[in-house]
Design a protein around this ligand. Structure first.
Ligand code: SF4
Ligand code: SF4
Length: 504
């Protein structure tokens, strides 16, 4: 018997309508609110006619379990390209209030990546390329453009390597774009870069959250550089990567301020995740030098979208989200939302939350290779070295969501994939013990995106979302098509369980 919140979920759309979401195959049906309320209690609470229809759905294969079956037989290489996070330098010229990298050096990295690492990275690619034969570079730091020379060397070397090894490269950089070295714009255009710019909102927000180390604002300098990159043409994809850690201005206003510039193709909206004192929920600096400012017992790693008033802001934003798609603006979507829509509309399932430790590795200047760019600096997460390559493939990063004691019973598990291991570790000291805030946020995100789907027109849901796989959502969530078959429902069934137009 299917169970609510494990095998299916119900989302209210408005006073009359709700959606039934099936965990096992990501099918979606429009139902009445009353029917939804009874399904929340369990199928045994359905009225006789509804129970017949529920049985009819089952007989026609609507409750198939492709997501679980395919996940069980999948390998860590499925559904993802090899991705190399190239941690180019410890230098960062900003002093972001919530930086996870201790100002860029992760507490350990003390130099910039040098020439010997470039050779090691290509050796690593030759040894670990996935069957897709596509490889994504993520240039990262510190501020990666502070080591532009090595970045350029890698791009140049990749051209001959691609021809020799039958590999296709995707190039992406996570930058604050306060620097724009000579030649960078041309390099971005030549390699069709995805340039992800860390920018939290308009001038006031950005200058408060991400000031320069000398205390001056960074907004004007960044926008001038964004304009220069934009002028290179449509071969460069620009993503505004926003971290939201303030209530005012509201989320809608912050996004609109950047949207109005009409410079960015995509947005990524990330809630601030930071250590806070549990008694006050106020962000804290956990350490200063060797001195612990907040004892571990009263510290939590919290998600800002779950703090007072932010859930409402998030919901309001998703309600007005469709208004951002206009003919006069190049905006093509918020990555997280579009990727989630794609998983439901096209029937994809997550093989994991991210590719960390599977097909995604961070190479650092100290020659370490880590499972996760945010865990660089903690040697227990090192999985190899530049000269030796991968020496310790991390089995605990390759488990499936179904094997997790909590996630295995979660209705959103094949969308979420099991949560961010680094956020778990920061909060609980264990990559497998859930950070409850991070988990709640994934549930909120999935529920609100389902609601968005319920309000959307078929033409919007049918759009081609294939470019989103390369755009680095949650460190690259690996997905596969579940190949759910078409089901044929007669009028008796569709009257109660109507397929959602645009969901294939
Ligand atoms: S982290 Fe939370 S939302 Fe994600 S699968 Fe696990 S229980 Fe579900
Ligand atoms: S999703 Fe989390 S665990 Fe995975 S690579 Fe990103 S930060 Fe690391």
């Amino acid at each position: 018997m299917l169970r609510f919140k494990r095998d299916y979920f119900v989302v209210d759309i408005d006073d009359q309508n709700a959606l039934l979401f099936l965990t096992g195959n990501h099918r979606l049906f429009r139902i009445s609110r009353e029917l939804g309320d009874r399904l929340r209690l369990g199928p045994e609470h359905l009225e006789p006619q509804e129970r017949d229809a529920w049985q009819g759905l089952s007989e026609r294969g609507a409750f198939s379990d492709e997501n679980r079956e395919l996940l069980a037989t999948s390998s860590f290489e499925d559904g993802a390209d090899l991705a190399i996070n190239v941690n180019l330098t410890n230098i960062c010229n900003l002093a972001c209030t919530y930086c996870f990298a201790d100002g860029g050096d992760y507490g350990r990295i003390t130099n910039a990546m040098g020439e010997e690492s470039v050779g090691w990275i290509f050796d690593f690619i030759a040894a670990n390329v996935t069957p897709s034969r596509r490889v994504r570079f993520e240039f990262f730091g510190g501020e990666p453009l502070a080591n532009y020379k090595t970045m350029r060397d890698i791009c140049e070397k990749s051209v001959a390597f691609a021809a020799e090894h039958d590999v296709e490269f995707v190039y992406r950089v996570s930058t604050n774009l306060t620097l724009l070295p000579k030649g960078a714009v041309e390099l971005f255009a030549e390699h069709r870069f995805i340039v992800s710019v860390s920018l939290d909102g308009g001038r006031a927000v950005q200058d408060a959250n991400r000031p320069s180390k000398n205390g001056r604002g960074s907004f004007d300098r960044i926008i001038a550089n964004v304009r220069e990159v934009r002028a290179a043409g449509d071969d460069v994809t620009l993503v505004a990567r926003m971290t939201i850690a303030q209530r005012e201005p509201t989320l809608i206003d912050s996004v609109r301020e950047l949207w109005e510039l009409n410079l960015f193709d995509y947005f990524q909206i990330y809630p601030g995740v930071f250590p806070a004192d549990v008694t006050t929920a106020v962000p804290v600096t956990v350490t200063m030098g060797n001195r612990e400012l907040v004892p571990a017992s009263s510290r939590r790693v919290v998600n800002f979208f779950l703090r007072d008033g932010m859930v409402e802001q998030f919901r309001n934003f998703l309600t007005s989200y469709p208004s951002l798609f206009t003919a006069g603006n190049r905006f093509k979507g918020v990555l997280e939302y579009e990727r989630t829509i794609q998983m439901v509309a096209e029937g994809l399932f997550a093989l994991s939350f991210c590719s960390g430790g599977r097909t995604y590795f961070t190479h650092s200047p100290d020659s370490s290779i880590s499972s996760c760019h945010r865990l660089v600096g903690d040697q227990s997460f090192d999985v190899g070295t530049g000269p030796e390559g991968l020496t310790r493939p991390p089995a605990d990063w390759r488990t499936t969501v179904d094997s997790h004691p909590v996630c295995g019973g979660c209705w959103a598990r094949y969308v979420c994939g099991g949560g961010c291991k680094q956020e778990n570790f920061a909060d609980t000291g264990d990559i497998a013990t859930l950070n409850t805030d991070s988990c709640q946020y994934q549930l909120l995100l999935t529920e609100e995106v389902l609601r968005l789907i319920g309000r959307s027109q078929p033409e919007y849901l049918e759009q081609d979302r294939s470019p989103f796989a390369d755009l680095f959502v949650s460190c690259g969530r690996p997905t596969m098509a579940n190949n759910r078959g078409e089901i044929h429902l007669d009028e008796r069934l569709t009257r109660l369980f109507a397929p959602v137009g645009g969901v294939r």
